[in-house]
Design a protein. Structure first.
Length: 442
């Protein structure tokens, strides 16, 4: 009996020692070979997404991922395009070689992005033992741990990230997890609807191409997409079509602004009867907002004059089209001219347009009267459950009313990690402040 126990303990100990003796590896040479072998497929994919349905392009690219290193490379290409396929490929790569540190990190990131925090943090911890100088992992661990309600470990990893020295890297690390992944599929869907006859989609399509979010802080023009989609608009609408003229004018105005040609901007708008000289406001709000921004910045219009003369028209257009961006222009003008956004404007945007920006603005206007158990605040938090700003208002009220603030603050931090929603500059400085406050509450 004692002999059997000793034998069992020896076997368990031996297995344990063997598992811990396994070390992670980084097969960069095999990754580079996979890149080389996939080079032509990647070029084909890049050309495909410009002209063809994105789902077919993804399907063709994924067919060539016939080993774990190709799956790893292909998953990386699709990370910001197709999160489901990216997750699948990175999972398959990891399961094929659970000691490859590159696979471990990418699969951890995928799990993290899919809110599988417990699984992600185990892999992050494993990777961090091998690569302790990768401060991004401490940021990701901090996020995972706080979502796993392990607050002290979250704070410890946040401290390791060293915000004062690495704030830009921290911002970028958080964007890696929560950045937008829908743009290419949105473009493909818009084109598909256009092919079915919904020509109004040319407005969001060309606006997307010319205002592509490269990250939370920058936009760029996707020239390959724009050139292809503009030709499509030209062929589908014809050069005499009014929508085509507006779209063409918008793109010319954007180019003129880049070159500082203010007189040219004015000429294009007047010649094509857009906004200036009491001409119509385009019904697509994002484009109108951008055009008005250009007009105000280049002194072709003043906010006060436009609001006085055409504010009512703008509001009516926003209501008739249910376009939140048009209403947002109106709110901006109201704040600029009258000094504040009227509560009825914010309520309209919140309740009828379902836009979080207006709920935030409404509670800014109520800053002196808001209470912790405010009925409207609780309602807004239900309407926008991912709003770090609204949860921050709740936490602030708790502090002001001498209520326990720890749990509310944790909820703020969970959401701030995902959105930087309380920071005007879309940075991690407010998050840093919240983490410091939370540390003092523990």
């Amino acid at each position: 009996m004692n002999f059997n126990k000793t034998l069992i303990l020896f076997v368990v100990f031996s297995l344990s020692q063997n598992s811990f003796s396994q070390t992670l590896v980084s097969n960069r040479d095999k990754i580079e070979i996979a890149k080389t072998e996939l080079k032509n497929n990647i070029i084909t994919f890049s050309n495909c997404i410009v002209k063809s349905d994105i789902n077919k392009c993804i399907e063709e690219l994924a067919k060539n991922a016939d080993n774990e290193y190709k799956k790893y490379i292909t998953g990386g290409i699709l990370y910001e395009i197709d999160p489901n396929e990216s997750l699948k490929l990175h999972r398959e790569a990891y399961l094929a070689n659970t000691l490859e540190q590159n696979f471990i990190l990418e699969y951890a990131i995928e799990l993290h992005r899919n809110a599988q925090y417990q699984e992600a943090l185990k892999l992050y911890e494993l990777y961090s033992e091998k690569v302790p100088n990768d401060i991004r992992v401490y940021v990701w661990l901090s996020d995972c741990y706080i979502n796993n309600n392990e607050i002290k470990k979250s704070l410890q990893n946040w401290e390791k990230a060293n915000h004062s020295q690495n704030h830009i890297s921290i911002d970028n690390a958080i964007f890696t997890i929560y950045g937008k992944t829908t743009q290419i599929k949105t473009r493909s869907n818009l084109k598909s609807e256009i092919e079915k006859g919904k020509i109004s989609n040319f407005y969001p399509l060309l606006f997307l191409d010319s205002n592509w979010e490269s990250d939370w802080w920058n936009t760029t023009t996707q020239e390959y997409f724009l050139n292809e989609d503009f030709k499509l608009a030209q062929n589908a609408l014809g050069e005499k079509n009014n929508d085509y003229k507006i779209l063409k004018s918008y793109l010319e105005i954007k180019k003129a602004q880049e070159n500082g040609q203010i007189d040219q901007i004015k000429k294009i708008m007047i010649d094509n009867k857009i906004i200036l000289e009491n001409n119509p406001i385009p019904v697509f709000g994002e484009m109108s907002s951008d055009l008005l921004r250009i007009c105000f910045a280049d002194n072709l219009l003043t906010e006060s004059e436009f609001y006085t003369k055409r504010g009512a028209e703008l509001l009516a257009l926003a209501k008739s089209t249910k376009d939140k961006d048009l209403l947002n222009i109106y709110a901006y003008l109201q704040a600029t001219v009258d000094g504040k956004v009227m509560p009825e404007t914010d309520k309209l945007g919140w309740k009828e347009f379902k836009d979080e920006k207006f709920a935030k603005s409404y509670f800014i206007g109520r800053v002196d009267t808001i209470k912790y158990n405010d009925t409207e605040l609780n309602e807004a938090m239900l309407d926008f459950p991912n709003s770090s700003y609204l949860f921050w208002v709740k936490a602030k009220c708790a502090k002001m009313e001498n209520k326990p603030v720890k749990n509310d603050l944790i909820e703020v931090i969970k959401r701030e990690f995902k959105t930087f929603g309380t920071d005007q500059n879309k940075s991690s400085y407010r998050l840093k402040s919240y983490m410091g406050t939370l540390a003092s509450e523990i």
